[in-house]
Design a protein around this ligand. Structure first.
Ligand SMILES: [Zn+2]
Length: 397
């Protein structure tokens, strides 16, 4: 054992003190990890600056280049990890249980496993990967099985008192989206963001299973295990979804100028959304600030053919000089939850612009409010998915 620790100290080369480690007689055997396990989802749950304080029980640490060797000490209840950079390489400094010594590892990633892992009040999956982002950024990446991740998405993306078949349709869409994105970002430190940039995710802690609503989410995931949507070219569909289509859905290419055609749907049930119609006001000065231009003299909306969604906004920044901003970019600049969709009209009165619209989200793929209405009418999840992805097919494997 002494030899092993001596070897580890030598390998780590930068370890400040191995005395604590040498004093230990037992080392918990952490499960071996491959460089990246293809079966597991990597989702960025947090980003910290420089250092992150991880708490939990029975913390274990691993460096991925030495997969069979745990690198630190058992019985750790908390660890402060900070990252330094030297000659383009990461050095992870690990301080356990507020002790004085730091253990240093020159590694690209640091893996932490443990029970009830958390950062502050936020619960984390039982395995996280620390990855150094740009500057002093430390990304905390949850590493977990696909369906455990889908349950966490379901608990965040949809009210769990909605019909079970609606939750099942959402589970299949979220699973298909995740798998398509995982294939695209296979070599990145993380596949998915835990926000609206991908799918909203919060880790569902083990104890939560006693919660009847959460039990329903887990049931929806279990009863659709292995079910996915496929595009016409037989690849897994990057199944987009949104809150409220405002009456009809649109194609991915109309929003992001790319993407697979999964078909469109007409939807009469979205007005069940209590916030189906909305209106926001913004001053000329605020608008210029958000669009990062000196001034806004006027706005003209450009719409798509056969679709009443706004495709782009022509911004008159000064006489004779217009700037055209795509609708999605324009929504992003004003805030996706402010300018809630691209289905809007515009009125300018003096220095005040009023946007009046309906729906919420990009309008591609499944409409969550519409799928709720279909679930309440007794439709099965396969019917709901067929309605919103008419050009896709469904298979279980
Ligand atoms: Zn809808």
């Amino acid at each position: 054992m002494k030899f092993l620790w001596a070897a580890l100290c030598f390998l780590a080369a930068l370890t400040v003190s191995c005395s604590e480690a040498q004093a230990q007689t037992t080392v918990p055997a952490a499960a071996p990890v491959k460089q990246f396990d293809k079966e597991l989802v990597r989702v960025r749950v947090l980003t910290h600056n420089k250092r992150v304080q991880v708490a939990g029980q029975a913390l274990r640490f691993q460096i991925l280049s030495q997969p069979y060797r745990p690198v630190a000490i058992p019985d750790s209840g908390s660890a402060e990890v900070r990252v330094m950079k030297k000659d383009g390489k990461n050095i992870w400094a690990l301080r356990l249980n507020n002790r004085d010594n730091e253990h240093l590892f020159k590694e690209k990633y640091l893996m932490i496993q443990g029970e009830n892992l958390r950062v502050g009040a936020q619960s984390l999956p039982s395995r996280v990967l620390l990855s150094a982002g740009p500057g002093d950024q430390v990304d905390v990446v949850g590493v977990l099985p696909l369906d455990e991740y889908i349950a966490g998405v379901l608990a965040s993306e949809m009210p769990l008192n909605w019909p079970l078949e609606t939750l099942k349709a959402q589970a299949v869409a979220a699973r298909s989206y995740a798998l398509a994105v995982m294939a695209e970002r296979e070599d990145k430190p993380f596949h998915l963001e835990s926000s609206v940039l991908d799918q909203v995710f919060r880790h569902v802690a083990d104890g939560d299973e006693s919660d009847p609503k959460l039990k329903k989410a887990l049931q929806a995931v279990r009863e659709t295990a292995g079910v996915k949507l496929y595009a016409q070219n037989r690849s897994i569909l990057k199944a987009y979804y949104h809150a409220d289509c405002g009456g009809h859905t649109t194609l991915a290419k109309n929003v992001w100028s790319g993407g697979v055609n999964s078909g469109v749907a007409v939807d009469n049930s979205c007005p069940t959304n209590p916030k189906a119609n909305w209106s926001i006001q913004i001053s000329r000065k605020q608008l210029a600030k958000k669009l990062r231009v000196a001034d806004v003299l006027g706005l003209t909306l450009e719409r798509m053919n056969q679709d009443s969604r706004v495709r782009g906004v022509r911004v008159a920044v000064q006489a004779g000089d217009d700037k055209i901003i795509g609708a999605n970019e324009f929504r992003q600049a004003l805030g996706f939850s402010e300018l809630r969709s691209a289905l809007f009209d515009l009125k300018q009165e003096g220095d005040m612009f009023t946007f009046t619209g309906r729906g919420f989200g990009h309008g591609v793929g499944l409409c969550q409010w519409g799928s709720r209405a279909l679930g309440l009418k007794g439709q099965k999840y396969a019917q709901i998915l067929k309605h919103y992805y008419p050009a896709a097919s469904l298979a279980r494997n």
